[in-house]
Write a protein that binds this ligand. Structure first.
Ligand code: GLC
Length: 421
């Protein structure tokens, strides 16, 4: 399968939901608790007795993702703490053997398929329980055991759950943070690992966190575009960045406007937005998250044509270095020769974009289908759309659909001072 073929659904989707769930959820202090509080593995493992997600929790995650208008989900099958949410021959520290004694990955995969969502699995290469991760020279046997166990577990995930659409590695960095990629690749035997994955799952998309670039860049907590032709996905917490797993007391939620705007900002550069939720200790989705997801779903119902399968649009600043002053009201996405002006800062009755390098043929308010009058100055590319309602029809982001006679580009400014006269 070619790169384009396997990336097709991913581009169509543009929006996925990340689910961080594990023993750390019980602590209510985020998924790094074991390490940041240096809780030794024997003590930490006691949390497993309390791991009893309600029946149907995985269904709830997938329903929440649907509600949000997402097209895929990604679950942490095993995070850095080492607790596997699946039945594994290579570990006794799993949800199948302890606590609820259920294969949560199986439940999740079934629920996602039933909901019509593409299935993504997150897997952390590092596992804090292995001294050989922290000090490989001092504990060579542990290091070898860790890497074998990783290969074996990845094989299980790729063999036992039917078609997996997306594999998101994490935790591939060296403990000493040596940036040498080849060292990282050698440590995890990543080439061999990914060759095995591709053999077992020929259509799978693999991210870049094993040290190898593979299919996908994965910037964290920021929307940051990769170059043309390269797949990318920004993953982000729905609260602030202090934890991906459940954080019981965190007042710093993103508001719906920020979430919708981030999705648009990713879509305008052909990237995806992977928005994270951290289910509660019992696996249920908290209301602060559900409310926000519902808002996004409501917006997408009206405006999804602006983001799904979107193409890069050259009418905005982010893909144009040095052009940060252009068309700042919002983002621009594109489908062929149609541009979608996603306005974050509603200008009132008229909206103006400058240096628009294609002739507009028709302008519509996506929310109502209402056609809007416009003027276009071919000389300097100034597009003025009038007849807009004084208040934004969608308080978070209102979209104007502009049909052009060609793929819109930024118009070069031959005489930059001309507009002064
Ligand atoms: C990180 C963090 C982790 C989180 C992840 C999300 O690298 O270590 O806790 O799961 O990114 O992508």
């Amino acid at each position: 399968m070619t790169y384009e073929e396997r990336m097709k659904w991913f581009h169509e989707a543009r929006f996925g939901i990340y689910i961080h769930y594990g023993l750390y959820s019980i602590t209510g202090r985020g998924e790094w608790t074991m390490y940041s509080e240096r809780i030794n593995p024997a003590e930490y493992a006691r949390l497993a007795d309390k791991f009893h997600p309600v029946p149907g929790a995985a269904k709830e995650w997938c329903e929440a993702a649907k509600l949000a208008g997402a097209k895929y989900v990604v679950l942490t099958t095993r995070h850095h703490e080492g607790f596997s949410l699946f039945d594994s021959q290579y570990s006794d520290f799993t949800s199948a053997k302890l606590g609820c004694k259920r294969d949560i990955v199986r439940e999740y995969v079934d629920a996602a398929r039933e909901a019509g969502l593409k299935v993504g699995l997150y897997y952390s290469l590092l596992d804090w329980r292995f001294p050989g991760y922290f000090e490989p020279e001092k504990y060579p046997e542990s290091r070898a055991a860790l890497v074998d166990y990783v290969h074996n577990q990845v094989r299980e995930l790729m063999s036992n759950y039917g078609q997996i659409d997306l594999l998101e590695y994490d935790g591939g960095w060296m403990h000493d943070l040596d940036p040498d990629k080849e060292k990282q690749i050698a440590f995890w035997r990543a080439r061999e690992l990914n060759a095995m994955v591709r053999k077992l799952q020929p259509g799978i998309i693999i991210n870049n966190r094993s040290g190898l670039d593979e299919d996908l860049d994965t910037p964290e907590q920021v929307v940051k575009a990769s170059g043309a032709g390269r797949g990318w996905e920004s993953c982000m917490c729905i609260g602030d960045s202090c934890g991906w797993g459940y954080v019981r007391f965190n007042p710093n939620w993103k508001n719906p406007a920020q979430l919708i705007q981030n999705l648009v900002l990713a879509a305008q550069d052909e990237g995806n937005y992977l928005l994270n939720i951290g289910p509660m200790p019992d696996g249920r989705v908290r209301s602060e998250e559900l409310d926000r997801l519902r808002m996004m779903g409501k917006w997408l119902k009206v405006n999804e044509i602006a983001v799904r399968n979107s193409q890069r649009c050259q009418l905005i600043s982010s893909s144009q270095p040095g052009m940060v002053d252009l068309n700042l009201q919002g983002g621009w996405t594109r489908q062929g020769t149609t541009g979608y002006w996603c306005i974050f800062r509603w200008p009132g009755e008229r909206a103006t974009a400058v240096r628009v390098g294609a002739r507009p043929l028709q302008v519509k308010l996506l929310a109502t289908g209402q056609e809007l009058p416009f003027e276009y100055n071919e000389y300097n590319g100034k597009l003025t759309i009038s007849g807009l309602p004084l208040l934004p029809p969608d308080e978070y982001c209102t979209v104007l659909e502009v049909q052009f006679d060609a793929v819109p580009q930024i118009k070069a400014e031959a005489a930059p001072a001309d507009w002064l006269f």
